[in-house]
Write a new protein. Structure first.
Length: 211
């Protein structure tokens, strides 16, 4: 009997993984229900995979429903779960929810790594929310998470996009002062800056000043 029950559980888990891979969302949720009925409670990894799937296709209400179910079952969400939810709400343009989840993540004692913070910062900059990206940068330093070249390049690109050249200069000086070497992305951003300066000189500065 025990062997039969074990085979049922294994078959259910296999079906769940197969459907998850094929993004058969409603079937995956049905399998989730069957897993519980058969005594196989989903763990953090299972929930993380389903929440990631739901978030990737914009079904954020369902994703939050699974998140709340996970909390109710006494499971502690990890950074993968938060990353999926934050990415999903970002894609939907729901920034208040992004901030709410980020604050909850910190309250739970989950310290985001550099890659995680760089991702959020990049999305903020691409939406011209550079001051929020700067706040995140400052928080990053305060938490002891070391910014890398990608962090600086992202923020430099953000300030460049909104025309705040003084801030670009400050960040570049900061990079030099801590001995951080710019990478290809940083140089591409700088080349773009030089190009913009050139266009400004050609188009807006009277030629008499250039002779």
């Amino acid at each position: 009997m025990i062997m039969v029950f074990h085979q049922i559980i294994m078959a259910t888990t296999y079906s769940y993984l197969l459907m998850l891979k094929k993004k058969m969302v409603d079937d995956v949720l049905h399998i989730f229900t069957k897993m519980r009925q058969q005594g196989l409670n989903p763990d953090v990894a299972n929930y993380g995979a389903v929440i990631n799937l739901l978030s990737s296709i914009g079904r954020m209400d369902d994703a939050m429903s699974q998140y709340n179910q996970m909390i109710n079952e006494g499971l502690a969400p990890d950074i993968i779960v938060f990353n999926s939810l934050i990415s999903g709400f970002y894609s939907c343009g729901k920034w208040e929810k992004v901030h709410e989840l980020f604050s909850e993540m910190l309250d739970r004692g989950i310290c985001p790594n550099t890659v995680f913070l760089n991702t959020i910062m990049d999305r903020l900059c691409k939406n011209e929310r550079v001051m929020e990206a700067q706040d995140l940068f400052d928080l990053m330093v305060h938490m002891g998470v070391k910014p890398d070249v990608c962090t600086y390049s992202t923020l430099i690109g953000g300030y460049l996009f909104v025309g705040k050249m003084d801030e670009v200069s400050k960040l570049l000086d900061n990079m030099v002062s801590i001995g951080m070497e710019p990478d290809v992305i940083t140089y591409n951003i700088l080349m773009h800056l030089i190009y913009l300066i050139y266009i400004h000189l050609v188009c807006y500065v009277p030629w008499t000043y250039l002779i």
